[in-house]
Design a protein around this ligand. Structure first.
Ligand code: NAD
Length: 497
């Protein structure tokens, strides 16, 4: 896979250099002196080779019995269990998330792989009566072919696994382009899959920039499914590139997730939820809490409790077990966060805590920013409306549940929301009326489990869901099968007697 710390593309079961001969260096965002790895700067030609390999492998893989495909995935999952700590440590060095969370990321990949291994013995269709005599009706799932995956850096192994495992169990083959900042975690996943018996060409990895490789990953006629997770801006381009040939596109995009805190809430619990939701993964989760709608009777107390907890967070290198929040992923993301902080100040939101880069000592070698809370945020402000993707929380107030729900829905996105209340009527009303793909009661906006559908509404998604059996609908198509054993021509809807 590597000479020293140089990693190659994985194509057709071989680790190969890019035809470009060019590489890029990836550095640890908590310590930019540390080179994590050197990766291939691939070209359209490399993508072409990967699609060739996937198309060739598809001919055989689609015919491998699904339970057998599931058994291979089972071995992959078991191996990931054995490799969990190493993969987690490398992921923290690669993208900065604290070690507890990168263990969670690998665990999510393990959970998804075991789950989809089990689907190898299900992949249920239905049988149903025919309206005609001596005729048998059923549905079966059929794979589509080559799938192209474009993934983000915030869940470097979990998100690739969410896509790869259901695709493979359904009988498809895969080309994946990991985020430029996090190819190492996908290389680790490829290595495990290679060693645990996934046949050559069934999964392929090409590293490089999305801008350079996107067209070839999507445009090739043999690619039938494009699954993308990332920003709404890029997702829109992917969707438009898929449209002319009616390629299936599964898009998981941005969020502006909200936590509602009612006046009857357990405030201590709501504070812990907000802290974890807003500052876990340095606020760089698609489900991160970026807005709080708090009842005005409790808002002062809530903000002072939350600010105290945010100020006590230990920010630093995520490999140290005592650290609670790591750096931003890169200089660009840090600049975006600092820019939004300036925007918030100019918009006259009240800066409660944070609001600046962390400097001095080890902080100067990484992209660290203080956990930041703005209060008195209004719905016309950009920090209320736009995804920041960093540890910046905007708090506004409401006077009742109707207003809270209206504010919660005041966004172009619709991924995750939560409510803290002790009133079951309020909890169920909010569950029904807040328009998102994921909803929590008395829990933060983050914390999805792999056996429930995952995805968002409005400009967060395009109607598909990842995870659970919902993922199978992305990677298979229904074939309705009619078997007439009457020995005579029977005409549906016409021979009604
Ligand atoms: P991004 O859109 O910048 O990049 C995502 C991927 O797209 C990367 O692999 C990138 O190289 C590639 N890409 C970039 N330009 C491209 C182009 N023109 N054509 C094809 N591919 C291209 O997003 P990011 O910064 O990596 O991730 C952060 C974003 O992802 C946030 O908006 C976040 O909300 C979203 N996200 C959503 C979910 C979800 O499930 N809804 C999960 C995680 C992250």
């Amino acid at each position: 896979m590597k000479a020293s710390n140089t990693y190659k593309n994985y194509i057709g079961g071989q680790w190969v250099e890019s035809k470009s001969g060019a590489t890029t260096e990836n550095r640890n965002p908590a310590n930019t002196d540390e080179v994590v790895g050197v990766f291939q700067k691939s070209t359209a030609e490399d993508v072409q080779a990967a699609i060739d390999a996937a198309a060739e492998a598809y001919k055989k893989w689609r015919l491998v019995p699904a339970p057998k495909r599931g058994e291979i995935l089972y071995n992959v999952a078991a191996r990931l269990v054995a490799e969990k700590e190493r993969c987690a440590r490398e992921m923290t060095r690669e993208m900065g998330k604290i070690i507890d969370e990168t263990r969670g990321d690998v665990q999510e990949a393990i959970d998804m792989t075991f789950y989809m291994a089990g689907e190898g013995r299900r992949l249920f269709g239905v049988t149903t009566p025919s309206e005609l005599a001596n005729k048998f009706n059923m549905t079966v799932r059929q794979p589509l072919g080559v799938c192209s995956f474009i993934t983000p850096w915030n869940f470097p192994m979990a998100i690739p696994a969410w896509k790869i495992m259901p695709a493979l169990v359904c009988g498809n083959t895969v080309v994946i382009k990991p985020a430029t900042d996090t190819p190492l975690s996908v290389a680790n996943l490829m290595k495990v899959m290679e060693e645990e018996g996934v046949p050559p060409g069934v999964v392929n990895m090409v590293t490089g920039s999305g801008g350079a490789l996107g067209d070839s990953l999507i445009g090739d006629d043999r690619v039938r499914v494009v699954s993308f997770t990332g920003s709404t801006e890029v997702g829109r381009k992917v969707s438009m590139a898929c449209a002319p040939k009616f390629k299936h596109s599964c898009l998981e995009m941005g969020g502006k997730n909200v936590q509602i805190v009612m006046d009857d809430a357990d405030l201590g619990l709501a504070v812990e939820g907000a802290l974890w939701g807003a500052f876990g993964t340095t606020g760089q989760r698609c489900t991160a809490t970026s807005r709080i709608v708090c009842h005005h009777d409790v808002v002062d107390k809530f903000i002072s409790m939350l600010a105290k907890r945010a100020e006590s967070l230990n920010v630093g290198n995520g490999l140290e077990e005592s650290v609670q929040m790591g750096p931003c992923i890169n200089q660009g993301q840090l600049d975006t966060v600092l820019n939004y902080i300036e925007i918030g100040k100019k918009e006259s939101a009240r800066l409660v805590t944070g609001g600046e880069k962390l400097t001095g000592g080890a902080y100067d070698k990484g992209f660290f920013v203080k956990p930041t809370i703005f209060a008195e945020v209004t719905r016309d402000m950009r920090i209320w409306k736009e995804e920041i993707f960093g540890p910046v929380l905007s708090v506004t107030t409401c006077s009742n549940l109707d207003e809270a729900i209206e504010l919660a829905n005041d966004t172009i996105y619709g991924l995750s929301a939560s409510i803290y209340t002790r009133d079951v009527n309020k909890a169920y009303t909010a569950m029904r009326d807040v328009y998102t793909g994921i909803f929590y009661v008395n829990a933060p906006t983050i914390g999805a489990e792999t056996h429930l559908p995952f995805g968002g509404v409005k400009e967060t998604g395009n109607g598909h869901r990842e995870a659970a059996t919902a993922a199978l609908d992305v990677f298979s198509e229904w074939k309705s099968v009619y078997v007439d054993f009457s020995g005579a021509l029977q005409r549906a809807q016409i021979d009604t007697e």
